[in-house]
Design a protein around this ligand. Structure first.
Ligand SMILES: C[S@@+](CC[C@H](N)C(=O)[O-])C[C@H]1O[C@@H](n2cnc3c(N)ncnc32)[C@H](O)[C@@H]1O
Length: 254
């Protein structure tokens, strides 16, 4: 179920009260930018998710599989392969030397970020669960990254982030508590240099973000995040349809 309103505002409407109705998927885009969305779309998405995954070296691949297994045992959902390769690309595109990750988990996203960062880059990664970070530390080492490439900080993100330096980071990746995403955004704007990038994992919320029936607190918070990022004059956003939705925004230089 999708809205027939302007595509920019159709899902995250001003008060979550957009009029929703059944329309054909081809109506998701409009005017000259219309594209026919065919049945191949699902296959194309699956292809995109898998694309690039074979290009990581063997040690990193084995470390990723190991970190995935630890995540599964812990009941965590790490980033998908497609999201991982997008993060790797974004870290490389920003020539990232300093990255903050909110939500270390067992290290899957961290391996992708470290791969894209400069060889002397340092990933500062925060998680409230130190045992998970121990797995991440092992995974980073197994993937071939020197110990000084990752600074793992155990703690609640909203306690830790205020202690990090203003304007010192090239990229902030948020993958922890959906209820805190707006606070992560505010902290990211402070932490990022001009031209830096903030990314939020999971903004599709398994399809609930665009589902008129879904009104959970997490979904409402994600919609608020989407509106805030889209409307911010400080940010230049895009929403990448990888994994469960990766919202990315550049902190404008002016
Ligand atoms: C989805 S997992 C992160 C997965 C990881 N980014 C990956 O792809 O491998 C979310 C993590 O956020 C952590 N977390 C949840 N709420 C948090 C908070 N308020 N502060 C810090 N970490 C938090 C959880 O312990 C969990 O390890």
């Amino acid at each position: 179920m999708v809205s027939t309103r302007d595509p920019v505002s159709r899902f995250p409407g001003p008060a979550d009260t957009v009029t929703l109705t059944h329309v054909d998927h081809a109506d998701l885009v409009h005017g000259d930018r219309r594209r026919t969305i065919t049945g191949n779309r699902q296959t194309s998405w699956a292809f995109a998710e898998a694309y690039g995954v074979d290009h990581v070296d063997t040690a990193a691949d084995a470390a990723l599989s190991w970190a995935h297994s630890r995540a599964r045992e812990a009941g965590l959902r790490p980033v998908s392969d497609g999201t991982g390769s997008a993060l790797r690309l974004l870290a490389a595109a920003t020539d990232a030397k300093a990255v903050v990750e909110i939500g270390t988990g067992t290290g899957v996203s961290g391996i992708h970020l470290l791969h894209g960062m400069r060889p002397d880059g340092v990933l500062t990664t925060v998680d409230v669960e130190p045992e998970r970070q121990q797995f991440a530390r092992q995974a980073f080492r197994a993937a071939g990254f020197a110990g000084n490439r990752a600074r793992l900080i155990a703690g609640h993100s909203l306690d830790v982030l205020p202690r990090l330096a203003d304007g010192a980071y090239d990229l902030v990746f948020c993958d922890a508590d959906l209820q805190e995403t707006l606070e992560y955004l505010a902290e990211s704007l402070r932490l990022l240099r001009a031209g830096g990038l903030v990314c939020f994992e999971g903004v599709f919320a398994d399809g609930r973000t665009v589902d008129s029936a879904a009104q959970t607190a997490d979904v409402l918070r994600v919609r608020e995040l989407l509106r805030t990022v889209r409307d911010s004059e400080e940010l230049l956003p895009t929403l990448l349809p990888v994994g469960d939705g990766l919202l990315c925004a550049i902190k404008r230089t002016r």
